[in-house]
Write a protein of this length. Structure first.
Length: 328
């Protein structure tokens, strides 16, 4: 399994490294590279969102028919379920289309992004073997564990190393020459300097116990996540009034609150570079949601499907008539 992860990380690390080379002479090169990289990965994930949006349009179309089934069969749950399944088959609607399928497609991409961001020495600068030997040293492990403010710090050792390389008095700076060449050390130091965004050091992890400028990252993450959740919920209620009733409304409200809070929590447990990726990803997701909800608006898609159905029906009827004439 580690070999599979390593392969995925190396692909995305190579892409991020290539982008970094293009922008390394600009201010905050890593920040710019990360923005471009994030947009690229979100574009790659875009095809997984389109079927979900189309499925919502189908749901809008069959909603009146579902209501008729409910009215006709009342409290007979088994009959209602049977008729609903028949309707789904006729209309080509899959209630689970937004479930496991898109997730299975997007997971390898998310793994690759995560590995490239959290292990830049190994996969972006591609000093893989040197980094393994360096991070396996017991003395350096102790130093890094002492520097980490979270239990999850062990996962972000390479970002901690980059953070320490900016401090000439760091113990790591004195030991690093045992594992890396002078040229590699210069590359890492130069790379580390590109982690600043308006004075925010993206190699550091925000502390929930100590208010500071790093709090901007978690708060932006929560805000951008809320915007996406709010807009999605608003669109669902607009085209599916049943979502505003009873348990559906409660579940939607819980989800709208949960995702932003979860984003804030995660960003307080990971280096700001990972949180920054999350923020950019959320912003892109918001605009993607707005775009797709307009392009594939349920009324538009339903109207197009109805026209196609009418055309197909006329074509079928004409085909039947033509066949009868030939037979006669």
């Amino acid at each position: 399994m580690n070999a599979i992860f390593g392969f995925i990380y190396s692909i995305f690390g190579y892409i991020l490294g290539f982008i970094y080379e293009l922008f390394k002479n600009t201010p905050a090169p890593y920040v710019i590279s990360l923005i471009v990289f994030t947009i690229m990965t979100r574009v790659l994930l875009l095809p997984t969102s389109i079927p979900q949006q189309k499925n919502q349009a189908k749901q809008f179309r069959i909603q009146p028919k579902l209501q008729k089934i409910q009215q006709k069969f009342g409290n007979d749950r088994q009959k209602v379920s049977e008729e609903q399944q028949k309707l789904y088959q006729r209309e080509g609607y899959n209630p689970m289309a937004a479930g496991c399928g898109p997730m299975l497609i997007s997971l390898p991409l998310l793994w690759g992004v995560y590995g490239a961001i959290t292990r830049p020495i190994s996969y972006v600068l591609r000093f893989t073997e040197e980094a393994k030997a360096f991070l396996a040293d017991d003395g350096i492990k102790t130093i890094l564990e002492g520097l980490s403010s979270t239990k999850r710090g062990a996962y972000y050792q390479e970002l901690l190393v980059l953070n320490q390389l900016k401090d000439s008095s760091s113990e790591i700076s004195g030991k690093i020459s045992q594992f890396f060449s002078a040229g590699q050390i210069d590359q890492m130091k130069s790379f580390a300097e590109g982690f600043y965004l308006f004075g925010i050091d993206l190699t550091q992890t925000p502390s929930i116990k100590q208010f500071g400028v790093l709090w901007i990252i978690p708060l932006l993450s929560g805000l951008t996540s809320f915007l996406t959740s709010f807009y999605s919920t608003r669109m669902q209620k607009k085209y599916n009034p049943a979502m505003s009733q009873g348990s559906n409304m409660l579940s939607q409200g819980c989800m709208m609150a949960f995702m932003p809070l979860f984003s804030i929590y995660i960003c307080f447990t990971v280096p700001a570079g990972v949180g920054f990726y999350w923020v950019i990803s959320n912003i892109f997701a918001f605009f993607q949601t707005v775009l797709l909800s307009n392009i594939y608006a349920p009324p538009k898609v339903a109207a197009k499907n109805m026209i196609k159905d009418v055309i197909n029906r006329f074509a079928y009827e004409k085909s039947v008539k033509d066949t009868k004439k030939v037979v006669e």
